[in-house]
Design a binder for this molecule. Structure first.
Ligand code: NAG
Ligand code: NAG
Ligand code: NAG
Ligand code: NAG
Ligand code: NAG
Length: 392
């Protein structure tokens, strides 16, 4: 080896070493901030977060395996470098709903680029007392309960190997995010827990929900206005109300919903499989387009496929003015299994803005061993393969 070459060689070795050291995140162990097993994690987590978030190289906050209690907390950016919150323990919320400030989330992440939340932790919202106080099915003016998680204005973030349990209200609210992925995320709540939607998405782009199990009392996943490029793959829903686009069209300032793929999912004993619901009555046209529902298995689902543009619970609207939500470019393909009702496919579109470019391909759903029937209104679907015939 000549001298020049060995200098290059040593220099390369040095670079390799330096980069591998730099790639390791700086670890902030919660025990150094006063976090004790079986204790309250709130102030130690807040302090560790503050330091880790100010770190100029990638950081990792470590919460070792144990049980902890945690009061309401906000973990905000911007942070100076990517940040990981690795929690191995079980975390319990205050049980009393009055210990929360209004409808805020229990754990609220905001304004962070490159957050990873991981570690196998279970977050228990201890909602059973709160559920009894929920009267939102009777009145709109009901007490707002806290959600387990809020992710607001986050970019490039990953939530993986995390369980959200018994939330008092929605489990997760995703707002104003770009590129956020939920991977191996588990949601658990009883079928009878009110308004415990699994993951609600609004005004966000590039949201992925992958390889996850969601059993809860309300929607498995719901897409509010401004949801764009959402993909849901290999998710099992049930119990609950299935995957829902909407409700939309209740307010005037809503943004379009564009780009949804729901693929390789299973629905077990849910009220709905895949649903699009819009309110009659608004005056501004809101487009909902490019939705693909593909390779789905339904097991004893009450309404496996449903478009309802006359959604109006408790007669809170005027059905006289048709919905102005324009549904177009929707594909339902390779959907099979069992329906808990004879009418397995309902496509009720708006008389004001009929559904356009809806494709139905190979839909094999059975009720008590016989093919389901379909009800359709204001829609002329393109049909491929074996599909229930529309009646109106
Ligand atoms: C996230 O990305 C948007 C759009 O690129 C940007 O305006 C915003 O500042 C970013 N937020 C954070 C917390 O980095
Ligand atoms: C999305 O975020 C992940 C995690 O930070 C990152 O690895 C990936 O490159 C991002 N994708 C895009 C398209 O920005
Ligand atoms: C689907 O998700 C489950 C976890 O819920 C995982 O065990 C399985 O490997 C995933 N399947 C595929 C094909 O990725
Ligand atoms: C989806 O299912 C198909 C067929 O069942 C399979 O070939 C494919 O690998 C699956 N994809 C994912 C991402 O699970
Ligand atoms: C099927 O669903 C119906 C209605 O949701 C429910 O009453 C029934 O117990 C379910 N059957 C099975 C076998 O799970």
């Amino acid at each position: 080896m000549d001298a020049n070459f060995s200098i290059i060689y040593i220099y390369a070795l040095f670079l390799l070493l330096a980069s591998s050291i730099m790639a390791q995140p700086v670890v902030f162990d919660i025990r150094k901030y006063g976090g004790a097993p079986n204790g309250d994690l709130t102030s130690s987590l807040a302090r560790a977060w503050k330091t880790a978030c100010a770190s100029t190289s990638a950081s990792k906050i470590l919460v070792p395996k144990s049980t902890y209690s945690l009061r309401q907390i906000e973990l905000n950016g911007p942070c100076k470098a990517p940040i990981e919150l690795h929690i191995e323990g079980n975390i319990a919320a205050p049980e009393n709903p009055n210990q929360f400030d209004g409808d805020a989330q229990w754990i609220r992440f905001g304004y962070i680029d490159s957050l990873t939340l991981s570690g196998g932790a279970t977050f228990d919202g201890r909602g059973s007392i709160a559920w009894k106080q929920n009267n939102c099915h009777q009145t709109w003016n009901c007490k707002k309960l806290s959600m387990n998680f809020g992710f607001s204005f986050m970019n490039n973030s990953i939530i993986q190997d995390i369980t959200s349990k018994h939330s008092k209200h929605f489990h997760v609210n995703v707002l104003g995010c770009r590129n956020i992925t939920f991977n191996k995320f588990t949601i658990e709540a009883p079928a009878e827990s009110p308004n415990t939607d699994g993951i609600h998405i609004g005004r966000s782009t590039q949201v992925k929900i992958l390889d996850s199990n969601i059993g809860t009392g309300d929607d498995c996943i719901s897409l509010g206005d401004g949801s764009r490029q959402v993909s849901v793959e290999n998710v099992t829903c049930g119990p609950g109300h299935g995957i829902s686009v909407g409700s939309l069209g209740r307010y005037e300032n809503e943004e379009p919903v564009e780009g949804l793929i729901v693929k390789n999912c299973t629905f077990k004993n849910t009220d709905n499989g895949v649903r699009i619901k819009t309110w009659p009555g608004t005056s501004i046209k809101i487009p909902v387009s490019q939705l693909r529902f593909e390779n789905l298995v339904m097991i004893n689902v009450t309404n496996p496929i449903i478009i309802d543009q006359e959604y109006c619970p408790w007669n809170q609207c005027s059905k006289q003015t048709p919905s102005k939500v324009q549904i177009s470019r929707v594909s339902f393909k390779d959907i099979r299994g069992t329906s808990a009702t004879k009418e397995g496919m309902i496509l009720i579109c708006s008389s004001g803005v009929p559904c356009e470019k809806v494709k139905l391909t190979n839909i094999n759903l059975k009720f008590n061993g016989t093919p389901v029937i379909a009800t359709c209104k204001n829609i002329k679907p393109q049909v491929f393969g074996n599909v229930p015939v529309c009646t109106s």
